[in-house]
Design a protein around this ligand. Structure first.
Ligand SMILES: Nc1nc2c(ncn2[C@@H]2O[C@H](COP(=O)(O)OP(=O)(O)OP(=O)(O)O)[C@@H](O)[C@H]2O)c(=O)[nH]1
Ligand SMILES: [Mg+2]
Length: 326
């Protein structure tokens, strides 16, 4: 199938075409990359926008369960929902979204839902770049909400917040001491904190944890992209499906305010700038990976090690080599 046809099928909302296009953007073959870029250029003209929601939290906090319940609620409201994942360790077992596809049993059966496992690349930056393109494909396919799950391991939250409009932090009910466990940087990134598992015997603990985090959020520096009383902390139960509608209402309030104030567009512009920089850096580093460049690196590294060249002049020669051999 050619790119024009594939693009048209995506624009008509065809999920199989969407899955195929995501495979194309994930491919590392140079001819596939050229096709993927052409496809994305073409689809960018549709100017469709989804609400991109990044969701992070430690393993087992209930991200997948939340996405299933929350996704089902949105689908029930007539919205089309896509689910993607940024999984920093491809070797990770048990909790991968691939396994989740069977776990998100109800959602995966919905005609208005689309679930895609994380691309299998070992490098977080690589996964994130391709996920960002997968998000763009989902938008072009007319999805209203794109949920991006990532396990919280430090770096991955930063990357996911760079590709979402709203960044949600999912936390488990915990004693006061564990409040310290959430890094300040992550708290500062969050647009909303959801304390999950607010059900059964955990409910009172969840309520207390939520109050603690609400207090902690108030102590953070006020961000220009937040209206009064945001970011908020709320309790939810993904299993009992409590608090989901309230969380969705808050997300919509925040989104509408940001759109009206111009923050939404500014954020997307800043993200485009960020990913442009990432693409350039990645492409430059990739030029060091050709067999010829590697052997030139080895040769110059040896010269530096032997004291025949200073490190700086060896580096200069390497850059001259790259400029001469494009
Ligand atoms: N009581 C209770 N348990 C929950 C809730 N949400 C999830 N769980 C349970 O927590 C466990 C982990 O849930 P997952 O949804 O797989 O968690 P996850 O954050 O996606 O985990 P990883 O993908 O491994 O990082 C499962 O046994 C769920 O049944 C909830 O709202 N209440
Ligand atoms: Mg999960």
């Amino acid at each position: 199938m050619d790119i024009t046809q594939l693009g048209d099928r995506i624009l008509s909302g065809d999920r199989r075409a969407l899955a195929r296009a995501i495979t194309l953007v994930e491919s590392r073959r140079a001819d596939h990359r050229a096709e993927a870029t052409a496809l994305l250029d073409r689809l960018a003209r549709s100017e469709r926008q989804a609400l991109r929601i990044g969701l992070s939290g430690t393993p087992g906090v209930g991200k997948s369960t939340f996405i299933e319940s929350f996704g089902m609620m949105l689908v029930g409201q007539g919205l089309r929902v896509a689910v993607l994942a940024v999984d920093p360790s491809s070797a990770r077992s048990g909790g991968s979204i691939l396994g989740d596809k069977t776990r998100m049993e109800r959602l995966s059966r919905e005609p208005n839902a689309f679930i895609r496992p994380s691309p299998s690349q070992s490098h977080l930056g690589g996964v994130a770049r391709r996920t960002r393109e997968a998000v763009a494909l989902c938008e072009a396919a007319g999805f209203d909400v794109v949920l991006i799950e990532t396990v919280g391991v430090g770096q991955s939250e930063t990357v996911v917040s760079e590709l979402s409009d709203l960044f949600l932090l999912l936390l488990a009910p915990a004693g006061g001491d564990e409040l310290q466990g959430v890094k300040r940087g992550i708290m500062e990134m969050a647009d909303m904190i959801l304390v999950n598992k607010a059900d059964g015997p955990l409910k009172p603990v969840a309520t207390r944890t939520c109050a603690d985090y609400a207090g902690a959020l108030r102590l953070l520096r006020k961000r220009p992209q937040d209206p009064e009383h945001f970011p908020k902390a709320l309790t939810v139960s993904a299993v009992e499906e409590h608090g989901l509608a309230e969380a969705w209402t808050e997300m919509q309030t925040l989104t509408q305010w940001r759109k009206a104030q111009g923050h939404w567009a500014r954020n997307r512009a800043a993200q485009a700038r960020y990913w442009f920089g990432q693409e350039v850096r990645h492409a430059l580093l990739a030029r060091l990976e050709s067999p010829q460049a590697r052997s030139e690196m080895d040769r110059l590294a040896k010269a530096a090690a032997d004291g025949d060249l200073t490190p700086a002049s060896a580096a200069e020669q390497m850059l001259a080599y790259l400029n001469a051999n494009r």
